[in-house]
Design a binder for this molecule. Structure first.
Ligand code: SF4
Length: 483
């Protein structure tokens, strides 16, 4: 399951949510415990990817790597971290979108370069990766994986410049798409964020000296960081011992494209991004949803866990009492044991039990954050009815998802997206609800208190970066929509 090297170094697909690609962390400390800190940083980012994890560490001379498939605490067992001695580390937890689910795609990548060892890990998706990969192959590069991250590593290794900062700044203009990148070399750690700002990336100071960059502020808080701030779009940060320097490698785009789904679903509720506490943002979405789609009912229940703040918000504005209606088995999606056919037929019953006394005889508002393929909402509605609800009204804290994401979020294809295939009344029939309401784009942005600066392409089809025709065509052809 794991790979260790020296010098050269099961995602939860059972529910109907978009899936995030990855989480990254980069650390420099005064001591030799950077790998252990990276482990706990990754542990706090586990929700962003459960397929694989890895840590590369440098002691100022050599870079060591340990990575493998599985959850963070499966890849790193007691004793695994002991050989990873050094004051600098990068870490990665992976959900695969681009690049298949294989051992070779597990990050970080470690390559030897004429400038010394180089480790790279990233979160996101380049929309021009195919063109960049072809260019590398034409120049004779040997690619070992299908992941964008290897393309980033090889381009960086071959870039012009007297330092890794310069080489990074020189290749970043070639990269189109979403990337939060962490880099380790013999003597320092670097982090970079794309100029559109698709994915979150923040940094903070360790209480013992040293600095951390991580995908979410919750990971920084876990490590006790203070002076937390966002890594700006287009910024490169260099960490070396207790020193942290940031500079703009690229100007931020005039129209930023933060991923709205970080607020809706991906990020931990304790994360702060774009100045918004995610828990509060979700509560605001629920409040706006209650104004947009009121209904007479007796109880508001969330689909746990990400919809809890939104259900509280819906309850606050509607005056309908909030209560819990589902108990979630948080670990069922983490098992590699296949259920029996009978258990498989029960579908979400494996994942959720109902609290019948909170539901029986009541008109229920069920608040959820999204409907992607429409594979679980119907089962949840059925569970609520079986628990004795007299009516079930489904309320969703985002607009219908009508388009795939090309920036590193696994939404499914056009054909798989139920809102690409069906209108709201048909989806309501399909899931067996008494009524169904989605939050419109304008109301969603009003709830976030933002007019622009966000990507909403999966709702609107208006992509912030022109998508390569071949990429979109390929996806449609795959769906059977074209050709
Ligand atoms: S298309 Fe949707 S999921 Fe993808 S980056 Fe944009 S808002 Fe996020």
């Amino acid at each position: 399951m794991t790979e260790s090297s020296y010098c050269t170094g099961g995602p939860d697909r059972g529910d109907d949510h978009p899936s995030e690609e990855c989480g990254v962390v980069a650390i420099s400390t005064r001591d030799d415990d950077a790998a252990r800190l990276a482990f706990f940083g990754l542990y706090a980012l586990q929700h962003r990817g459960q397929e694989a994890a890895g840590i590369a560490v440098s002691d100022g001379r050599a870079v060591r790597l340990h990575k493998g498939q599985g959850l963070v605490n499966q890849v790193f067992q007691p004793g695994t971290l002991d050989p990873l001695v050094g004051s600098m580390a990068i870490g990665h937890t992976r959900y695969s979108t681009t690049g298949s689910n294989s051992e070779r795609n597990v990050q970080p990548y470690l390559v030897e370069t004429i400038h010394g060892p180089l480790g790279v890990a990233h979160n996101g998706n380049l929309v021009n990766a195919d063109r960049l990969r072809t260019r590398l192959l034409e120049r004779g590069a040997g690619l070992q994986s299908s992941s964008d991250s290897e393309v980033l590593a090889l381009m960086l290794a071959a870039a012009d410049g007297d330092s890794w900062e310069e080489r990074l700044a020189n290749v970043m203009p070639d990269w189109e798409g979403a990337y939060c990148l962490v880099v380790i070399c013999g003597t320092k750690v670097l982090a970079a964020r794309d100029p559109w700002g698709f994915r979150p990336l923040s940094m903070g100071k360790l209480p013992t000296g040293g600095n951390v960059v991580a995908s979410e502020t919750g990971a920084l808080q876990t490590l006790g960081c203070v002076d937390i701030r966002e890594v700006e779009p287009g910024e490169v940060v260099v960490l070396s011992g207790p020193i942290a320097r940031g500079h703009r490698a690229l100007p931020a785009k005039d129209k930023l494209a933060r991923c709205t789904f970080e607020h809706i679903y991906f990020s931990r509720p304790d994360a702060t991004w774009d100045g918004l506490l995610v828990h509060q943002a979700r509560q605001n979405l629920g409040e706006e949803l209650a104004r947009e789609h009121p209904v007479e009912a007796d109880v508001v229940i969330p689909v746990p866990d990400s919809s809890m703040p939104a259900a509280i918000g819906y309850s606050n504005v509607s005056g309908i009492p909030y209560n819990e209606g589902f108990v979630k088995n948080r670990y069922i999606g983490r098992t590699f044991i296949e259920p029996t056919d009978e258990l498989r037929r029960q579908g979400v019953a494996l994942k959720f039990n109902t609290l019948d006394s909170n539901i029986a005889g009541r008109r229920v508002v069920m608040v959820d954050d999204s409907i992607v393929r429409g594979t679980t909402s119907g089962s949840l509605v059925r569970l609520i009815r079986e628990a004795g609800a007299t009516e079930v009204h489904v309320r969703i804290t985002c607009p219908p998802i009508t388009n795939p994401c090309f920036f590193g979020v696994d939404m499914g294809t056009y054909e798989e997206l139920i809102s690409h295939q069906l209108g709201v009344p048909e989806i309501c029939d399909h899931i067996g609800a008494d009524s169904l309401g989605f939050l419109p784009v304008l109301s969603m942005m009003k709830a976030l208190g933002r007019d622009d600066g966000y990507c909403n392409a999966c709702f609107t089809g208006s992509y912030p970066i022109p998508i390569q025709l071949s990429l979109a065509t390929e996806k449609k052809r795959f769906d059977g929509v074209l050709g």
